[in-house]
Every structure is written in C-alpha cells, then in structure tokens.
Design a protein around this ligand. Structure first.
Ligand SMILES: *[C@@H]1O[C@H](CO)[C@@H](O)[C@H](O)[C@H]1NC(C)=O
Ligand SMILES: *[C@@H]1O[C@H](CO)[C@@H](O)[C@H](O)[C@H]1NC(C)=O
Length: 312
C-alpha cells in the first residue's frame, strides 16, 4: 500500500507529455498536440525521515527506488526516450513538525515553479500539505497535476478546489460506503448481506489528539499556538467520512445525527488506566441512549473504535 508509486502512476504522467519529435518512439498520438520540451520536470515531496507523525512511514528513501524502477520500465518499453524525466526532491519536514510541514511543502513547490522545473508533483505524506499545495498549484500555468498515495480524507475529493489532484488509493468515502452497507440501519439497502440486525445506535470511539477527552490541560492556550499545532488524526477523518456518508443517504441517520454525532475521542498515546477506559465507555454508552450494561447485554449499540496504532 505504501509503495504505490508504480508504473501506472508514471504512465498517467506520460499521457500528459506530448513531444514534438518522438516519431521513432512507440508513442500513440495524443489528441492535444501541445509541444512539451523534455525532460519532464517532476518534484517529489516527502519527508526525509520516518517519524511518529506519519503513521504510514512513507519517506523519500522508500519511495525513490520504486519511482526509479518505474522510470526505467518506461524507457525499456520504449514508451519514452532516456532522460525523459528530471526528478527533483523536496523534504516536507513532516518528521519535524506536523503543522509546519504545510509551509515547507508549499515553499518547495513554489520554488520549483519559479525555477521552471515543475510540470508535475508526486508524493506527500500528510493531507494538510497535500491540500494546501493542491489548491495553490492548480493556479500555476494551466494547472500542475499531483499524483499521490495520501489524501484519503473526503474533503480533498472536491473537484472545484483540487481539480488536478489524482489520488492513487481512493478515499475514506469508499470505506464509509462499505461500513454503511455492512452495519447501518438502512431503509433501502442496495446490497443485501442477509444480516438480520442493522444498527441504529452507533457510537464512535476514536483516537484524536485534538479532541481527546484525556487531553492535557494547556497553560498557554490563549495564544492559539497549541490549538493550531495539533492536527486531526486519520481516525477523525475516517469518522468524518462515515458521518457525512451516512447523513447523505437520508433517512434515519440524517435525522439522528442532525445536531450531534455520538462520539468520544481519546489520545491513545497518553497513559490511561482501566478505570479511565471504563469511564469513556460509559460516556459513549450514554451518548447512544443506552445503559452501560446494555452495551454488553443486548448488543443494540455498535461501538466503532478507531485507533491508529491498534494499542487500545
Ligand atoms: C534537472 O533539474 C535540475 C534542477 O532544475 C537541474 O539543475 C539539472 O540540470 C536538470 N537535469 C537535466 C538533465 O536536465
Ligand atoms: C507558555 O508561555 C511561556 C511564556 O511565554 C513560555 O515560556 C512557555 O514555554 C509556554 N508554554 C507552552 C506549553 O507553550
């Protein structure tokens, strides 16, 4: 999953390149004959080092060889001539700081554009940098294509805001659809899984530092630094996609979750006791209009627990 920079990705790029004099290469004639001088300049934006910030562990060092092989394959297959691509690299410094990575990533992309070495962008380990860069670079020239394995969050699906973004791994929205078909109470099911029970009482318990119930008290919160520097987790974005998808289907969940979606967020990286977890479950249970015991006695409540490190 992490190594999805593959031939397909570069083929997608190749289809956007059309050169004037390449008749001896086996290149199908493209409909728009806009001349493009080779090499094709591609910027790879990724963190240089692994860190706890990136749960997928995606780094420059890991992605480079995969891309190199794909470039070689395309040359071997004579789809493009040697030296057709000039790859440059930019460290997003996501390993250093999750919120400042947005700045470093964007700066690198703007520099590459100003130096006229930006025909396409690959990479990104975090959705925030990806979102900012994708929004801005859509306005450079005729728009710069971005190919990424990140950006699973449903917000990035907007074609208005991110017209040149190509996500190689789909999005959390597709996961939300599966969960809906599998467990949600649904008046008009499209797929019949033959499950007798469909659930109406759903509570989300998920890892998120920003909204965590066990979040540590912050002394200097008034300067805005702290609130800003904690980014939302993958779990939060998954939940967000599920919540929106369920509500879009209309019917029961649209009404039930109109004001609030029952959820309890916790920080799985902080120390906690068994009693703490019991307390959180009680809260979750109350949100779902159930007694604590009911949770175990008549499984009418479905608790969706989302964790990034599966240590809960
Ligand atoms: C690739 O791009 C870099 C940065 O713009 C440049 O210094 C280098 O000469 C280029 N290489 C080729 C083969 O065009
Ligand atoms: C709170 O503010 C003080 C003074 O500006 C600073 O020295 C301290 O490091 C801050 N604490 C945090 C947690 O940011």
């Amino acid at each position: 999953m992490k190594y999805c920079y593959c031939v397909a990705l570069l083929l997608a790029l190749y289809h956007t390149v059309v050169t004037a004099d390449l008749s001896h290469w086996r290149i199908p004639r493209a409909p728009r004959a806009a001349a493009h001088r080779l090499p094709y300049n591609v910027l790879l934006v990724l963190p240089d080092k692994e860190s706890n910030n990136d749960k997928f562990g995606l780094t420059m060092e890991k992605a480079k060889p995969v891309i190199d092989i794909a470039i070689e394959d395309i040359i071997k297959q004579q789809r493009m001539p040697p030296n057709w691509i000039n790859l440059t690299y930019h460290d997003s410094r996501y390993w250093e700081d999750t919120s400042l990575a947005e700045r470093w990533a964007t700066t690198g992309v703007v520099e590459a554009y100003c130096e006229r070495r930006l025909d396409a962008i690959l990479g990104f380990a975090d959705s925030y940098s990806l979102a900012t860069v994708a929004k801005v670079s859509a306005g450079f020239g005729n728009g710069i294509p971005i190919l990424t394995t990140a950006g699973l969050t449903s917000q990035i699906g907007s074609k208005k805001n991110y017209p040149y973004l190509i996500r190689m791994q789909g999005s959390y929205r597709q996961m939300a659809d599966s969960i809906y078909q599998l467990i949600a109470y649904n008046e008009n099911p499209i797929v019949n899984y033959n499950l007798n029970t469909k659930y109406k009482n759903l509570v989300f318990m998920y890892h998120d530092k920003r909204r965590a119930i066990n979040r540590q008290l912050i002394t200097n919160a008034s300067n805005g630094d702290e609130a800003d520097s904690v980014v939302s987790s993958h779990c939060y974005f998954s939940l967000y996609a599920i919540k929106n998808y369920f509500a879009e289907q209309g019917g029961y969940f649209k009404e039930a979750w109109k004001i609030q979606t029952p959820s309890v967020a916790f920080d799985e990286e902080l120390k906690r006791t068994k009693e703490d977890v019991g307390e959180w479950l009680k809260i979750a249970s109350n949100y779902a209009n159930g007694g604590f015991l009911q949770l175990f006695l008549d499984s009418i409540i479905w608790v969706i627990v989302l964790s990034e490190n599966s240590v809960f």
